[in-house]
Design a protein. Structure first.
Length: 213
């Protein structure tokens, strides 16, 4: 199980770099969706034998993070004339370098933590920290509203990965509540982006700031 889980987490880390290095909005959304689906599989791999409730939560994670939320964002993307992140605040090369540094620091920091023996051989903590930092980088260095939503989702994915180490100690209703909060937040953001796109052909942070003012 540990080898399978580590393999899934390695793929999650690779998807982090894909989100940092590509300018295509659809690819960024699909990478976030694939990451969410992998987290659902990882949850099932760790806790799928704990009962029907655990299986239900795992399937909910897979369905919401891996299918429903990406489809909402893809639908919002279709209403826009722009398909690429053209002028980010930080270049894609620099973003990749920042992601590499963040991943390396996450691995080093995880080694200093007093992990229990069961978690010591897993990549849960370093993958969690690296994914949170990746989400923060995407959220703060991109101009497009949709890409910033993906950054928020990636950051939440990192928090969810860390939660996998504590899921036995926290009620499953808390996990379901977090998923519903994310779903509602992204759904509202998707509706807002879709409506604003009728007025702006190139949605970005500048447009949203101008609209607010």
């Amino acid at each position: 199980m540990a080898e399978t889980l580590n393999l899934l987490l390695v793929v999650v880390l690779l998807l982090n770099f894909l989100m940092l290095g590509t300018s295509r909005l659809r690819a960024v959304i699909q990478a976030a969706g694939a990451q969410g689906a992998l987290l659902g599989v990882a949850f099932l791999a760790m806790h799928g034998t704990s009962g029907l409730r655990a299986v239900g939560v795992g399937l909910a994670v897979l369905a919401i993070k891996g299918v429903l939320i990406p489809n909402i964002l893809i639908r919002a993307l279709r209403s826009q004339a722009i398909r690429r992140e053209v002028e980010p605040f930080v270049s894609f090369t620099t973003s990749l370098l920042l992601g590499a540094v963040a991943t390396g620091l996450s691995v080093l920091f995880a080694r200093t933590l007093p992990l229990v023996e069961a978690d010591a051989g897993l990549l849960l903590v370093p993958a969690s920290l690296a994914t949170v930092l990746t989400g923060f980088i995407v959220l703060t260095t991109r101009r497009k509203a949709l890409t910033q939503v993906v950054g928020y989702l990636t950051l939440e994915n990192g928090i969810f990965i860390f939660g996998l180490t504590l899921v036995e100690a926290m009620p499953f209703l808390v996990e379901v509540g977090v998923l519903l909060d994310v779903l509602v937040g992204v759904f509202v953001m998707g509706v807002v982006v879709e409506h604003i796109s009728r007025e702006f052909t190139n949605i970005g942070e500048d447009d949203l700031t101008e609209l607010r003012e």
